[in-house]
Design a protein around this ligand. Structure first.
Ligand code: DGL
Length: 283
């Protein structure tokens, strides 16, 4: 049995790399749904259906725990899958399996608070001074997950999200850096215009964006803290596995990469990010 990692494409490698670093002996299966990428411009029901299919593929390939290394799937599909389909899958297969997302560890990192924390609304009114900007896909922006979940926990943080349509696809296709930089700069300016100033901190709320985090750093004012998802997700998963030792996970250091799309070469920026050649198998 293994840990499954799922994304619409190569973006989830940003999370996968941190998981592998944190748990080098664990067996991992990665699935990129490249036949259907990008997810960010799809309707919610389609994202739920594709995410369910991805989890089924990973469970069938031997995963006991699946990490949705995709904000769009985590924001739009995770609760739906946990509330119905997952219980049914466990019942019919008789297997102990689970699906986890990446929003919870990101919110914990952004707020500095445990997920269970609720803001004390009875205190004096606080001026919202600390502004977090979120760069995400259109579907994640539409879900308003970062605004809602951060507001529940901290009333001194204001959150503004900008939907960066087309960016994940450009990264997936390995577009030229200047082209990606121009698009990122235009979304950063759009965010600044919405807020009326630059944010104090920013969340790269799409796992593809982490692969070009340096371009975000170039266009944002110097010193803007980027709240990164891979490290808190790796920490959260390690803690989860420690607390739930009954999930079967092999420790032979297995790494397999699957794609629903073309198993040929991945864009050089993906291999550069991963730090070596990536051989994907077709599913
Ligand atoms: N990498 C994904 C995310 O974190 C999805 C990008 C897409 O397929 O649009 O949202």
């Amino acid at each position: 049995m293994a840990i499954g990692v799922f994304d619409s494409g190569i973006g989830g490698l940003s999370i996968h790399r941190a998981l592998v670093e944190a748990m080098p002996d664990a067996d991992f299966l990665y699935l990129a749904d490249q036949k259907n990428t990008p997810y960010g411009d799809k309707p919610g029901e389609a994202i739920v259906d594709l995410t369910r299919a991805g989890c089924e593929t990973l469970f069938a390939a031997g995963a006991s725990l699946v990490v949705l290394a995709c904000n769009t799937a985590s924001a739009v599909a995770l609760r739906r899958l946990q509330s119905g389909w997952l219980a049914e899958y466990r019942r019919t297969s008789g297997r102990k399996v689970n699906v986890l997302g990446i929003i919870v560890p990101t919110i914990e990192a952004a707020t500095g608070l445990p997920w269970e924390h609720a803001a004390d609304r009875r205190g004096p009114k606080i001026e919202k001074l600390d502004v977090i900007g979120v760069f995400s896909t259109a579907a994640t922006a539409r879900s308003r997950v970062y605004e809602i979940e951060i507001d529940k926990r901290r009333d001194d943080l204001a959150v503004f999200t900008v939907a960066c349509s087309g960016l994940a696809d450009m990264i997936e296709q390995g577009a030229a850096r200047e082209q990606m930089r121009d698009l990122i700069a235009s979304y950063a300016q759009a965010l600044k215009a919405r807020i009326g100033r630059w944010p104090n901190r920013a969340i790269l709320g799409c796992t593809h964006y982490e692969i070009v985090a340096d371009l975000f750093r170039e266009v944002l004012p110097e010193g803007t803290e980027l709240i990164s998802q891979p490290a808190p997700t790796a920490q959260a998963l390690s803690d989860y596995i420690r607390r739930h030792p009954d999930y079967e996970i092999g420790h032979s250091g297995l790494r397999r990469f699957f794609t629903t799309g073309d198993p040929g070469a991945q864009p050089p920026l993906a291999e550069a990010f991963w730090g070596g050649p990536l051989r994907f198998e077709a599913v």
